[in-house]
Design a protein around this ligand. Structure first.
Ligand SMILES: [Zn+2]
Length: 223
């Protein structure tokens, strides 16, 4: 019906990175079937290729910018929201969540004075506020320090960055609360992660798992 079923996996992966489909979860569900039909390694390699094309193509000029996201790399619009700075240094520098409200993609930028360098690029899944009132973005590009926690997702509640969630192979979640991302905490530190998740975030996670199970299963393959 949608024609998604006929597209090769690397094209589906490109569509995800470049947000070229209204409901990306539909694309992820097709990709999930490819894990069974083509194998995990083949899907993983399709995403590696898409990531490379994205980094060397549309995203190239956004790896390092002044002041963070000003114009969205996809829609070229300035409908940008800043959802909070974590790891805030005494100077006011830190890790800032920037989001395009049109495309629902986010970039975490390390801000040092006016210089913003990429930490993570993430892609909204489902509608804004779909999960018990919260929004969930999958981290499509992440820094090396976050490898042990993959796959990771950012949670936003009414414009406020709540923190990061991580799923294990049993689809159990861990949470890195925004408040625990302090100046004295290392980006990849394991200590601030907790399985004691606040009830409102847990409700969002439960709703997300119900709607986006296939996405999480593929993301686990890609880690
Ligand atoms: Zn945009």
């Amino acid at each position: 019906m949608s024609g998604l079923e006929d597209r090769p996996t690397d094209q589906l992966a490109d569509m995800i990175y470049n947000v070229l489909w209204q409901d990306l979860l539909e694309v992820w569900r097709i990709v999930r079937t490819r894990v069974d039909s083509e194998g995990a390694e083949s899907v993983k390699s399709a995403f590696e290729g898409a990531k490379k094309r994205f980094l060397e193509g549309p995203f190239k000029e956004h790896l390092e910018v002044r002041w963070g996201m000003n114009l969205c790399m996809h829609c070229n619009d300035e409908n940008i929201d800043k959802n909070g700075i974590s790891y805030v240094q005494p100077s006011g520098d830190g890790l800032e969540f920037n989001q395009c409200l049109n495309c629902r993609v986010g970039i975490l930028y390390n801000l040092v004075v006016a210089n913003a360098t990429l930490d993570s690029y993430n892609i909204g899944l489902g509608l804004a506020g779909q999960y018990a009132g919260m929004s969930i973005h999958w981290n499509a590009l992440t820094p090396k320090e976050m490898d042990p926690f993959l796959p990771t997702y950012e949670v936003i509640n009414e414009g406020q960055w709540m923190g990061t969630i991580s799923f294990n192979d049993q689809l159990e979640a861990r949470f890195l609360p925004f408040a625990a991302m302090t100046a004295t905490t290392a980006r990849g530190a394991v200590e601030p992660w907790t399985s004691e998740i606040p009830a409102d975030v847990q409700a969002a996670i439960d709703a997300f798992k119900e709607t986006a199970k296939e996405q999480i299963e593929v993301a686990l393959v890609l880690k």
